[in-house]
Design a protein around this ligand. Structure first.
Ligand SMILES: NC(=O)C1=CN([C@@H]2O[C@H](COP(=O)(O)OP(=O)(O)OC[C@H]3O[C@@H](n4cnc5c(N)ncnc54)[C@H](OP(=O)(O)O)[C@@H]3O)[C@@H](O)[C@H]2O)C=CC1
Ligand SMILES: O=C/C=C/c1ccc(O)c(O)c1
Ligand SMILES: [Zn+2]
Ligand SMILES: [Zn+2]
Length: 356
């Protein structure tokens, strides 16, 4: 990739809904005055990457280079960029553009802008497709770039850019950041494990609710959870009725909500995170008799992402990752889909042979 000239990059792209990735060479736009050119060092693999590459939402366009937990080094900045300098370690996430004029944009919750531009599987303002972080470089508008604090290892920071902020944002927004609360994390994957860590750092009593017993020891001994429930264990679930102030539900497939609504106290909140393209069901008394709330939340703003990174640095919070090379990305995606990762894959992009 030449500085200041046309930039040819290699990424790994899905070509169809099989979701299998292979090397793909494409050109990045010329650096605009507000752009930051990022040499990608590491990129996390989120379950959303599977939803997108496999067209679970019916809106996928190919070739598609996924990846939205991007940590890299600034290699060039546009003439108007004052906040970043060459050599800095920075991050980019799910969103690389928004309209800047609507209510959400003016309120600094640009992730809720209806004209948001996704970091991949979208079209940029110049009419070209956006491509993500499973690639040697990205060009990102500086407003959608965050600084990675010096106290965070770059590979550890990658999962924070989606999984981390996805749990941090609703806890703050719904008034659930105060200490002493009792929280549930449903689904102990990439988002879920950051949920345990962030909720514990906020001073909560945290119960993991999992589909199996397989992660019990890790959850309790390594992630710091206080309790562990297997969702199919009726007796254990019955023993936990009316006990939680909130549940962060990260399950990525259809599931009944009623068993989890029952775990909530009066005024408890069930916050949906999983991307599920089927209607979810519950009977109304389940929420009425307890004035419970079912809500959802989508990543976090750029401002919150920066705040969350600083929170994690201050509290010494890290993610738990398995590092892979790009050559192993298809195997990693398969393992992620069959729930066989502890707890986030991170691709060592700069250390990979991308055009293999
Ligand atoms: N709202 C938002 O802003 C965001 C949404 N997402 C979405 O959240 C969901 C979770 O993402 P992520 O944490 O990366 O996913 P992971 O695959 O890492 O974790 C999901 C967890 O859900 C549980 N699970 C239950 N049933 C299944 C199943 N059939 N297949 C796989 N997992 C299952 C597993 O936990 P256990 O073993 O404990 O049962 C698993 O570890 C996805 O739908 C993703 O698209 C992700 C990021 C941001
Ligand atoms: O992983 C980040 C994005 C999550 C996401 C949430 C909701 C939705 O409709 C998506 O397409 C993606
Ligand atoms: Zn994600
Ligand atoms: Zn907007």
């Amino acid at each position: 990739m030449g500085i200041g000239s046309e930039k040819t990059v290699t990424g790994w792209a899905a070509r169809d809904a099989s979701g299998v990735l292979s090397p793909y060479t494409y050109t990045l736009r010329n650096t605009g005055p507000e752009d930051v050119v990022i040499k990608v060092l590491y990129c996390g693999i989120c379950h959303t990457d599977i939803h997108q590459t496999k067209n679970h939402l019916g809106m996928s366009n190919y070739p598609m280079v996924p990846g939205h937990e991007v940590v890299g080094e600034v290699v060039e900045v546009g003439s108007e960029v004052k906040r970043f300098t060459v050599g800095e370690t920075v991050g980019a996430g799910c969103i690389v553009g928004s309209c800047r004029e609507c209510g959400p944009c003016k309120s600094n919750i640009e992730q809720y802008c209806n004209k948001r531009i996704w970091s991949y599987n979208d079209v940029y303002t110049d009419g070209n497709p956006t491509q993500g972080g499973f690639a040697s470089a990205m060009i990102v508008d500086h407003k959608f770039v965050v600084k990675i604090p010096a106290g965070l290892a770059p590979e550890q920071a990658a999962p924070l850019l989606c999984a981390g902020v996805t749990v941090y944002s609703p806890l703050k927004h719904f008034g659930l950041a105060e200490s002493g609360l009792r929280g549930g994390i449903l689904g102990l994957g990439g988002v879920g494990h950051m949920g345990v860590k962030i909720a514990k750092a906020m001073g909560h009593h945290v119960t993991v609710i999992s589909s199996s017993d397989k992660k019990r020891t890790e959850a309790m001994e390594h992630l710091g959870a206080d309790a562990y429930l297997v969702s199919g264990d009726r007796e254990a679930m019955a023993g936990a009725l009316d006990s939680l102030d909130y549940i962060i539900d990260t399950v990525p497939v259809f599931h009944p909500l009623e068993p989890y609504l029952s775990l909530l106290k009066v005024h408890g909140k069930l916050i949906l995170m999983g991307v599920i393209n089927q209607p979810l069901q519950f009977v109304s008394p389940m929420v009425m008799l307890g004035r419970k709330t079912i809500s959802g939340s989508f990543i976090g703003s750029i401002e919150e992402t920066q705040e969350m990174l600083e929170f994690c640095e201050k509290r010494g919070l890290t993610s738990m990752i398995e590092m892979v090379k790009m050559e192993g990305v298809n195997e990693a995606l398969e393992r992620l889909e069959r729930n066989d990762v502890r707890y986030r894959f991170v691709i060592d992009v700069a250390g990979s042979q991308l055009d293999a």
